[in-house]
Design a binder for this molecule. Structure first.
Ligand SMILES: [Mg+2]
Length: 364
């Protein structure tokens, strides 16, 4: 089996909130790069990457440049191809940034091909620990909503059957600790005591602020506090993690596998969040999950539940899948939610087909 060709396309995916129908953030459409990797036996693998923002054109070129290096290779020999990609940049413009984002699209497509070639869904190929996995609603309970809007959105999510959901603190403007505490309490009151509630800070607090506000909201019973301070301040994160009873989650901003070693060895977080585009694809995601397992830490996903459901379900220490609906409309069908859990698909590979009407409509 050989790779024979590729096609990378920039899409501008419209922003909306199909989960609770809250107003858009106003950030405009989200640019993504999709990849189709073709083989000589007709199997096609698909990959997606993003975070290029104003550099999306460069990310697109990077995906094409690296995909060209895969032509003629056996798609089942993924580590060999990854080594070729790294050699292809002369070990000089990686391992982070656009290089890793581009590698991720290729690695995801290679695993999709492997699953299709084996006639098995990816989650089984990677370990198959469970066939349903917990998931939480994300992207609705944003910091830019009013308390009333957040309360109503939280109620909608509960009515829709979500048993886990994420909100945000580090409110806009110049909030006092009392403002921050009020918001998270409003959401907790709206959903009741039994729904798991996560809270993302998106790196906006100082460590001492995180300890101060985090301590004041311990009684809210947050399932985790996420990215409480600058993502690579491993020692600052460790101080917060040691000070709070509430678990601290982090890791989505790290590129490649090596920074996770530093973060985990420093005991910076209680829950390891791995972003598939920044870490380098399925291959690296599973390596970090194994690293975390050795340290007795659970792992969670970041965005793109339609892809990440496979890796979280596959590994021994997968905890829950972030149900962030940004990319769902790219596909004909995505994994169903039943009784608050995501159900793993039976179809081979990722089990995803691009919705060609969406692809045509979103083309940049
Ligand atoms: Mg986050």
């Amino acid at each position: 089996m050989k790779i024979t060709g590729y096609e990378a396309t920039i899409l501008n995916v419209p922003e909306d909130d199909p989960l609770a129908n809250t107003a858009a953030r106003g950030a405009g459409p989200r640019p993504v790069v999709i990849l189709r990797l073709r083989t000589d036996n007709g199997v096609e693998g698909i990959g997606v990457t993003f975070y290029g923002a104003a550099l999306t054109g460069s990310l697109h070129l990077a995906v094409e440049g690296l995909a060209a290096l895969t032509v003629g290779e056996d798609p089942l020999r993924i580590e060999k191809i990854l080594a070729k990609l790294y050699a292809g940049i002369g070990d000089s413009c990686g391992p982070g940034g656009i290089y890793m984002l581009a590698v991720s699209a290729i690695d995801i497509a290679l695993w999709d091909i492997k699953g299709k070639a084996c006639g098995q869904p990816l989650w089984k190929l990677l370990g198959g620990r469970r066939d349903r996995v917990a998931t939480y609603a994300s992207g609705s309970l944003r910091r830019n909503l009013s308390d009333g809007e957040a309360q109503r959105a939280a109620e909608v999510l509960v009515q829709k059957g979500f048993r886990e959901m994420k909100t945000q603190m580090a409110l806009p403007g110049d909030p006092t600790p009392a403002d921050e505490m009020r918001r998270v309490r409003v959401v907790r009151e709206a959903i009741g005591p039994d729904i798991k509630l996560m809270c993302d800070i998106n790196q906006r607090w100082r460590p001492e602020q995180a300890i101060d506000i985090g301590s004041r909201v311990e009684d809210v019973g947050l399932f985790w506090l996420e990215d409480v301070t600058t993502a690579d301040d491993y020692q600052g994160l460790a101080r917060v993690t040691a000070a709070l009873n509430t678990p601290v989650a982090g890791g989505e901003y790290l590129y490649g596998i090596a920074p996770f070693r530093q973060m985990i060895e420093a005991r910076s977080v209680d829950i390891v969040m791995i972003d598939i585009a920044r870490v380098g694809g399925v291959t690296s995601w599973m390596k970090v999950a194994g690293m975390a397992e050795a340290f007795n830490l659970p792992v969670v996903s970041h965005v793109m539940p339609e892809i990440l459901v496979h890796v979280v379900a596959a590994c021994a220490n997968g905890l829950t899948v972030e149900y962030m609906p940004w990319m769902l409309k790219l596909y004909e069908e995505t994994p169903a939610i039943e009784d608050g859990d995501l159900v793993l698909p039976d179809k081979p590979g990722l089990g995803l087909d691009f919705d060609e009407k969406s692809v045509a409509a979103f083309k940049a």
